[in-house]
Structure formats: C-alpha cells, structure tokens
Design a protein around this ligand. Sequence first.
Ligand code: ADP
Ligand code: MG
Length: 253
Amino acid sequence: MGKILAIANQKGGVGKTTTSVSLSACLAYIGQKVLMVDIDPQGNATSGAGIDKADVEQCIYDVLVDDVEASAVILETKVENLYAIPATIQLAGAEIELVPTISREVRLKRALEEVQSEYDYIVIDCPPSLGLLTLNALTAADAVLIPVQCEYYALEGLSQLLNTVRLVQKHLNHELKIEGVLLTMLDARTNLGLQVIEEVKKYFQDKVYQTIIPRNVRLSEAPSHGEPIIIYDPKSRGAEVYLELAKEVVSHG
Ligand code: ADP
Ligand code: MG
C-alpha cells in the first residue's frame, strides 16, 4: 500500500507546493511510483508538474464533490513514474459545497483508497488554510510533512496546525503521524536562519528532517517552465537537496 503524505501548513508561501512538486518528482526519479494530488484551488502544483490547467477536463473537484473515481482524473506527467491529480480554480467552491454533504471529511480518503495500492507514495499539496480541504488531506494521510520557512515567526501558527492534527487523530484518523518538519528557504548568509533552525529543533527535536532546503533561485524559476526541479536543472542545489529529502523520506520507511 502506498504511503500517503500530506504537505500542510496553513501559512502561505512556506514552500508547500515547491516541496510537493520537487519531492514527488525526486521520489519518482529514484524509482518510486508517485501520485501527486493537488488540493489547492490555486492549482500551482498542477502547473508546476507541467500540466496546463486550460486542458484539464476533470480535476480533484469532480472527485470530491461529484464522486468521480480518482483513476478517471489521474494524468501522466513529463517525469517518468510521476502521475498527478490536478486542481483547477473550480475547487474553490468545494470548501462550501462539501459542507452539507455526508462524510465530507473522508471523501479524499475514500477516493484514494481505490488507487493507493498502485503507488509507492501519494503526496498531497494542501491549500494555505485549515479548512475542509486540508481536513480531507489529513484524514486521508498516513503522515503529515510540515514545511517551515526559516524566517522570523517561523513557529507562529504551528500550535494551531498541531492542534488540528491532534483533533484529526482523535476523531477522523487515529493513525495520522507527523512525518517530519522540513526547514525551507534557508538563507545561509544570515544568522537568523541558523537561529530559526535551533528554535525549530528545540521544539520538534528528532522530527526535523536532516535535509534543510536552502533558498535557490532555480527552485523559484522551475514552476514557470512547468518542469519539476529534477528536470528543469538536475545539477542545481535545489535538485540536490530535494533528492536528498526524497532519500530521507524513503529511509523513514
Ligand atoms: P506555499 O505552497 O506554501 O504557498 P510555495 O512553494 O508556493 O509556498 O513557495 C512560495 C514562493 O517561494 C514561490 O514563489 C516559490 O517559487 C518560492 N520558493 C519556494 N521554495 C523556495 C526555495 N527553496 N528557494 C527559492 N524560492 C523558493
Ligand atoms: Mg501552495
């Protein structure tokens, strides 16, 4: 059975989407069969994986709201072994449309159960909120990976996220684990970054990944080319570190 990882943090701009796309592509690159699921209405992971949203006929919205089977909306990507369920702006309505529906928090879980055995990893890119879409991801997931930006107030908002994780563990998904905290966008030229690393390690201890993602301009360029970093610039530092992260994720079993 594939391991389902939710990439979550309700703060925007912390590297969720970059991590979802780069980690998924690097896992695929080292031979894992990966399904990346975009559940952010902005659809940045979708385009980052090289899928043109204008060509998408059915997306995760149809799965969550209209009970379309996951297998019907899975697309191939340019990366061998990497498949994706896209999101389009249509998904913006789902958060409200799902409210009155039965078992609204378990819809993604039910949908992914149908395809889980075909993949080694399923990586879910969450939106920047703790709403119903993120709840669906946490309910479906085996584990949550939390990107934390090496910036002032890095820990701000994390207690709210951890509280949500605890509530999901209690009521919706007893098996949910915290896979790890990933430090992102480190600027090695400043002391601030190092202070944040200390602070986050003090708080999360061995939950912090050894791999730390530095700021790397190639990572910020890759999405506009519709290519994951491992294709866009495989020799870049960004590709190297996400490859390291992929190996670390696999080593966690
Ligand atoms: P989120 O999904 O949490 O909102 P993103 O992954 O979209 O965050 O990242 C926010 C912005 O920062 C994007 O423009 C992205 O290209 C850029 N970015 C993310 N990680 C890095 C990095 N390690 N180095 C440089 N830019 C990055
Ligand atoms: Mg994002």
